[in-house]
Design a binder for this molecule. Structure first.
Ligand code: KG4
Ligand code: ZN
Length: 358
């Protein structure tokens, strides 16, 4: 039988099964990850090989090194996920893989591997948008969560306010005009000499500092739109550090970190709560690597509560890149009738949604 026919019959069986098994692979940036999901939200296994030590000495992700490392690890990481779940590829009902956005070489490794597996084992294949994956991390944590709701996606490459209309249908309400929130954390961390990845290190430093020591603001903070700008804030921190250096003054890095984090968190929380209220939604969710930031989780939680909104944020293990969230988004995509051909290609600039037309 031709692969296409096997895949479409397999996809039909997937939808009919009560608890189908889905294998997911994620290689969009600097984490090689695989996971097995049973049904909509039981994570049977998840494995992540992080490349952080490989990129650390360069102060950021080196795409060529990332691709090579994915090639070396994707097989072992996938095997480990299957083994931990106590199954083999024959037991899997479908294969999901991230096909964008991300680094093209890195994405291609996961896609090629997933296609090879799907073809060899005659399993349906579904390409998943990485951002849809981050949003789906919330379904793993809150099985009762149903669209519509508003979600702030804050990662290394994105700061999007998204209205989740249906599980596979999204509307973009606002986004960053320059740097993403995670990118701003990483760049400021570098200026403070904290190394890569900067987000968690900056958060740890900020704990000891005074968030009101310096008057820092993100761009568009006082504007009625739902967009962000973090590049001016980053420049303000760089200027602060350089001026202090030139004057021979001792700048308290803990206070700089705390003031910077406060500025980012305030604007993210403020605008996402406003987006939720303006679009008449009752639930606000948070997703993306920056959702691991406790100050952001707390600020959003508090502001949402004051506004009478339900607030959801993923378990810490589902915040930064992982394949369980890709599996969850893949599950919903398959349930919605999506299926990818073997010609599936990487789309580095893949968009999640179009802006709202008012
Ligand atoms: O979603 P993710 O793992 O990868 C991308 O899709 O980009 O997000 C990684 C980003 C990095 O910029 C990292 O510094 C940031 O998330 N991040 C954090 C924290 N943990 C990760 N930013 C602030 N506080 C954290 N605790
Ligand atoms: Zn991500």
């Amino acid at each position: 039988m031709q692969y296409e026919q096997l895949a479409s019959e397999g996809a039909m069986r997937f939808r009919e099964k009560e608890r189908p098994l889905l294998l997911a692979i994620e290689t969009s940036c600097d984490e090689t990850a695989a996971a097995v999901l049973e049904g909509a939200n039981l994570v049977r296994s998840m494995t992540v090989f992080t490349q952080i030590p490989l990129h650390e000495k360069y102060g950021g992700v080196v795409p060529e090194i990332a691709s090579r490392s994915h090639v070396e690890k994707v097989g072992a990481v996938t095997d480990a996920a299957l083994k931990q779940a106590g199954i083999t590829i024959r037991d899997v009902d479908a294969v999901a893989v991230t096909y964008g956005p991300g680094l093209v070489g890195a994405l291609l490794v996961g896609i090629s591997y997933a296609k090879g597996l799907a073809f060899a084992a005659g399993k349906p294949l579904v390409g998943v948008n990485h951002i849809a994956g981050h949003i789906a991390a919330n379904y793993l944590t809150y099985p009762d969560l149903e669209p519509p709701f508003v979600c702030l996606v804050a990662s290394g490459g994105h700061s999007h306010i998204v209205r989740v209309d249906e599980r596979c249908r999204f509307t973009l309400l606002g986004c960053t005009r320059d740097d993403a929130a995670g990118e701003a954390f990483d760049k400021v961390a570098r200026v403070l000499g904290l190394g890569y990845p900067g987000g968690p290190k900056l958060e740890a430093l900020a704990k000891e500092g005074d968030p009101h020591a310096f008057r820092l603001h993100a761009g568009f903070n006082d504007k009625p739109n739902l967009d962000f700008s973090f590049s001016g804030l980053k420049t303000a921190v760089i200027n602060l550090v350089h001026t202090a250096e030139q004057r021979g003054e001792n700048l308290r890095a803990v206070d700089v970190a705390a003031s910077f984090q406060h500025a980012v968190v305030e604007t993210l929380a403020e605008k996402s709560v406003r987006a939720c209220l303006e679009s008449g939604m009752k639930t606000l969710a948070l997703a993306g690597g920056v959702s691991a930031n406790r100050a952001l989780r707390e600020a959003m939680g508090q502001k949402a509560e004051q506004a009478g909104l339900r607030f959801c944020c993923p378990d810490f293990r589902f915040c930064t890149d992982n394949a369980a969230m890709i599996a969850c988004a893949g599950y919903h995509a398959l349930m919605a009738g999506q299926l990818s051909p073997l010609s599936l290609n990487a789309v580095p600039g893949l968009q999640l949604a179009s802006p709202e037309i008012k």
